[in-house]
Ligand binder design. Structure first.
Ligand code: GDP
Length: 468
């Protein structure tokens, strides 16, 4: 009957087609079961295999998570006097760096690795990432405990660069710490080469400091390729699925998101997300970027022109669009809202412009600043149409969560508006900025953007690759 089929649909929507497990306390994390009220249902269903793998992982995490017997036993191994203790669990500890976009996409990659390699993911969020996200796994925690035995050493370990060839096969260490420079072969070796994979299996603690989206690597790895394809038959949805599974704004951040949404975005027919990330104000001056944005939006018919001639005016109609700008600066917002306030549009549509914050610069180590960034990434992901800035992981996270293929604003060169001003991305998955280049068997360099049809160079970054 319709009532029961409607309530099944409601529960499917709420749990994102089975992606989310129903067993959480709703009040402790309002966003988890309410995201479906704000974001359109995804066009991409998670595979049944992914769903069963996630439920299996949740059991594993509960069994091996912080302060369980297994965790305590395995932690003892980090003290040299306990070389034999084993709790039967292996871990990957994720340490972040850089901005929120970088951190979000790299945490998702670390989780994918955990799924593939049967490791338990623990994250060190430190004080600047405190209270940003809810716990993603039921009845346990993913936060690395404060008293983790070698936590105090992270800082010194970061300065050292471990190489696989330095790790002893006879007596593998209890932990390895990788802080790998981008584009280094060690990074490629880590995920692509069988020898390093076999070696790593015998190391219970794998500590990884990364800010990259390295998920595409697994499609190039002989040992992971099959499994990852089975989990994600639609390859470009990896971050879309894992991101919506993992990243739920804390109640505090959810309050910011929903308040802004109700005030500015709820009553509009179309939400246009416009993410303006200026990496270099000198080569991309304000007026150039402004001209570029308008050129893209008008040419692609994302926005109507204003009626500068005051000629035949279309009668004002009730249809409205709202542009949500996210940027460190306020001048784009001021310019656009002045433009649409001063004159009617040729179509009679009403265009509104809003922007949640303008932080002026990236504040390092600032919890409140990171909260704003996370709230804005989430708000952008609720857009119907999205424009992002080339090469920005902030935009990648938003497009992936929203399941959107954005219009990419090409980065200006020599203070000129690029032609074309923007280009439609062909896939929603983030770009891995440092394409793997190392071929294990032949031990030589290869162009990983040409090996298989579904791993290709990114439209916004030629040196990177992404999944299609
Ligand atoms: P990327 O550098 O563009 O790849 O993105 P990241 O998110 O990794 O780093 C940029 C950081 O700068 C963000 O995390 C924020 O801290 C800050 N930032 C950049 N753009 C914005 C924005 O539009 N809004 C807010 N609130 N912060 C921003």
């Amino acid at each position: 009957n319709t009532d029961s089929s409607q309530s099944t649909k409601m529960s499917n929507d709420k749990l994102l087609d089975g992606l989310l497990s129903p067993g959480f306390d709703e009040k402790s994390c309002l966003s988890r079961y309410r995201s479906f009220l704000y974001r359109k249902a995804s066009q991409h269903k998670p595979s049944p295999y992914l769903l069963s793998k996630l439920r299996e992982y949740e059991d594993l995490h509960k069994r091996c998570g912080p302060h369980t017997r297994s965790y305590n036993e395995t932690s003892k191994r980090l003290k040299s006097s306990h070389t034999r203790s084993t709790g039967g669990c292996n871990y990957i500890v994720w340490l972040g760096s850089n901005g929120m976009g970088n951190r979000i996409i790299s945490m998702a990659s670390a989780f994918l690795y955990a799924l593939l390699a049967n490791r338990v993911l623990l994250v060190d969020h430190g004080s600047d990432m405190a209270h940003l996200f809810c716990e993603p796994f039921p009845n346990t925690s993913w936060i690395l405990p404060m008293d983790f035995p070698i936590k105090k050493q992270f800082h010194t370990l970061k300065q050292r660069h471990v190489r696989f060839r330095d790790i002893s096969e006879e007596s593998p260490p209890s932990f390895v710490y990788f802080n790998i420079p981008h584009g280094s072969y060690d990074f490629d070796e880590l995920f692509l080469c069988d020898r390093s994979r076999a070696l790593l299996k015998r190391v219970p603690w794998f500590i990884l400091s990364s800010d990259q989206y390295f998920a595409p690597s697994f499609f190039l790895s002989p040992s992971f390729k099959q499994e990852v394809s089975k989990l994600f038959p639609e390859k470009e949805t990896i971050f879309h699925q894992l991101g919506r599974y993992l990243f739920h704004p804390s109640n505090q951040v959810w309050g910011v998101i929903t308040k802004f949404y109700q005030t500015n975005l709820a009553k509009t027919e179309q939400r246009i997300g416009l993410q303006i990330r200026v990496f270099n104000r000198k080569t991309s001056p304000f007026q150039v970027v402004m001209d570029q944005i308008l050129s893209c939006m008008l040419k692609k018919k994302l926005l109507p022109e204003v009626d500068t001639q005051n000629s035949v005016r279309s009668p004002p109609n009730n249809s409205s669009k709202t542009i949500l700008i996210t940027s460190l600066y306020s001048d784009y917002f001021e310019n656009m809202s002045a433009m649409y306030q001063s004159k009617p549009t040729v179509t009679g549509e009403v265009i509104r412009v809003c922007q949640p914050s303008h932080e002026e610069y990236q504040h390092k180590g600032d919890n409140l600043h990171n909260m704003k960034a996370w709230a804005e990434i989430y708000l952008l992901s609720l857009s119907d149409v999205l424009l992002t800035s080339a090469g920005s992981t902030f935009g990648y996270a938003a497009q992936g969560l929203g399941g959107l293929k954005p219009w990419i604003l090409i980065r200006p060169k020599n203070k000129m508006v690029p032609d074309p001003a923007c280009r439609r991305d062909k896939s929603m998955d983030p770009c891995f900025h440092y394409a793997p280049r190392y071929e294990c068997k032949a031990k030589n360099i290869t162009d990983s953007g040409t090996l298989v049809p579904y791993v290709r160079h990114c439209a916004d970054r030629q040196t990177g690759v992404k999944l299609f």
